[in-house]
Design a protein around this ligand. Structure first.
Ligand SMILES: C[S@@+](CC[C@H](N)C(=O)[O-])C[C@H]1O[C@@H](n2cnc3c(N)ncnc32)[C@H](O)[C@@H]1O
Length: 228
């Protein structure tokens, strides 16, 4: 088995199995601990966690060719819609000890699992709040390099913009996972993606890239943007 950096992305790897199969992975911040049943791969003195692109939209976007991943070692990240921590745990692996991840989640059931996860990972904190009201958690969150939003709400682009306006450093990046079916069950998803990007542009964001996540995530897209 071999491990290689994934393209030029810092903190993201390819595990190459003897039969030639390649799988995306991150370096486990808490060796010996799984988060969602993923495989752990010990290699040399390190342990890697396979990152399932059918369980994580960020992994799906990377596998589908996202050209830039702004989450790097040392990044401060505001994560909206952290659920029980599947993708947030990989973000925590990437940012490492020098980074920090603020995890916003409004479901008490999901945040319970997230609290246990954050107890093990000292670079992330759970915040039980509604992402619609950034004022409610401004006393807990420092300025961040990236706002990541995966909340499957009809007004997700506006919620992203409000949080980015409150917490994103100048020159910082946004990643918005759009679930077309949470906005309209009848409209063509590509029209919905375009409309959501227009909302972000009207809010002053530059759209860098849009990746359709099909077939890894049906009717979903990942938008990468920047605040100048
Ligand atoms: C698709 S799941 C997120 C999955 C997670 N991002 C991952 O990849 O592991 C969406 C989550 O957003 C949460 N959510 C939806 N609207 C929210 C809001 N307004 N504020 C906070 N959390 C919200 C839901 O409770 C749910 O847990």
């Amino acid at each position: 088995m071999e491990i290689k950096k994934y393209k030029s992305f810092e903190g993201i790897y390819h595990v190459i199995f003897p039969e030639g199969v390649r799988k995306i992975a991150t370096l486990n911040f808490t060796p010996g601990h799984r988060v969602y049943g993923e495989d752990l791969i010990p290699l040399g003195k390190q342990e890697y966690r396979l990152w399932d692109p059918t369980r994580s939209k960020l992994a799906a976007a990377i596998v589908k060719g996202l050209k830039k991943v702004p989450i790097i070692p040392g990044s401060y990240v505001l994560y909206l819609g952290a659920a029980s921590g599947t993708t947030p745990s990989h973000v925590s692996d990437i940012i490492g000890l020098k980074g920090f991840e603020y995890c916003i989640e409004f479901s008490p059931r999901s945040i319970r699992d997230l609290v246990f996860l954050c107890e093990k990972r000292q670079n992330m904190s759970p915040i039980l709040e509604d992402a619609r009201y950034p004022k409610n958690y401004e006393y807990l969150v420092n300025p961040v390099d990236v706002v990541y939003c995966d909340i499957a709400q009809p007004d997700q682009a506006k919620i992203m913009a409000d949080n980015a306006n409150a917490f994103l450093k100048k020159g910082g990046y946004i990643l918005l996972a759009i679930k077309a079916r949470s906005i309209s069950s009848t409209k063509n998803p590509s029209i919905i993606y375009k409309q959501q990007m227009e909302i972000l542009e009207d809010e002053g964001f530059e759209i860098i890239e849009a990746i359709d996540l099909h077939p890894l995530e049906k009717d979903h897209a990942m938008i990468l943007g920047k605040k100048n």
